[in-house]
Design a protein around this ligand. Structure first.
Ligand code: SF4
Length: 254
């Protein structure tokens, strides 16, 4: 139909004559598409770094990763998941032994409690299966919205935007999706990222933040979107060569 008003992804159009009070992206739709096109060439199949063997171990790994590095979590969970890869086995192992396996991870006492409590809830209320909806996932002990989004994406293939510290920083630093809270950033990114790039977008942004647009000082000379970026912090206008990173280079960078 001609002259139809553009709709947002949630199917709602802004009321005529009204502007959102929230800060908007500094980029045009074409610029946003170009940013994600370049990320997609660099990393055609971006992957999360948390090791897991099924949806249950993914939930546990993501819950353990709060305020910890993925590498540190992987080191502890390799042995844990070898003996307990289902909620039933985790319950049989018991809190004390779970704590022993994860004692190298920050906040391990509380996290061990949560792992047992979430295993119990999965057995008692979900037949031992990880639920596939965000509403149900966030009822599990130790599972917040970000964890639920990671699980929905990595275990069940749903396009979500799990806003971690890297995504929150980039979204605000380069004015891609400015917001005061992770929820605000998530909502705006879900609205502006083109549908065909949405599934991988959170991994691209995390990897870009972890290895190029770093917290302390962005590495703009190595950035493939340096010419598009509108960050006041950027130190270079020339984009890095746009090439697919060989797997070993990705692994080394990680
Ligand atoms: S140019 Fe610099 S500030 Fe902008 S996205 Fe790249 S690394 Fe970040």
């Amino acid at each position: 139909m001609k002259n139809a008003k553009p709709k947002t992804k949630t199917g709602t159009a802004p009321a005529p004559g009204r502007r959102s009070a929230r800060p908007r992206s500094a980029y045009t739709p074409d610029e946003i598409r170009e940013i994600f096109r370049r990320f997609s060439i660099q990393r055609p199949e971006p992957k999360g770094e948390l090791e897991h063997v099924n949806p249950f171990t993914l939930v546990v790994a993501v819950a353990l990763s709060a305020q910890a590095t993925d590498a540190g979590v992987n080191k502890a969970t390799r042995a844990l998941f070898a003996v307990a890869d289902t909620p039933e086995k985790m319950l049989a192992l018991g809190e004390d032994r779970v704590r022993d396996y994860i004692k190298t991870i920050g906040l391990f006492r509380n996290k061990a409690k949560n792992v047992i409590a979430l295993s119990r809830k999965l057995v008692d209320e979900f037949g031992g299966e990880v639920p596939r909806s965000r509403e149900e996932l966030v009822t599990l002990p130790g599972v917040g919205r970000k964890t639920a989004n990671v699980v929905l994406s990595m275990a069940f293939g749903q396009a979500t935007m799990a806003v971690d510290t890297h995504i929150f920083r980039i979204a605000n630093r380069i004015c891609l999706a400015p917001g005061k809270t992770p929820d605000e950033v998530e909502a705006q990114l879900m609205r502006i990222v083109p549908d065909d790039y949405l599934y991988h977008a959170h991994h691209w942004l995390i990897l870009h933040g972890r290895y190029v647009c770093k917290a302390r000082k962005p590495d703009c000379e190595r950035c493939v979107i340096a010419d598009i970026c509108k960050s006041p912090e950027k130190s270079c206008d020339i984009p890095a060569p746009l090439v697919e990173l060989p797997p070993q280079a990705v692994a080394a960078a990680q």
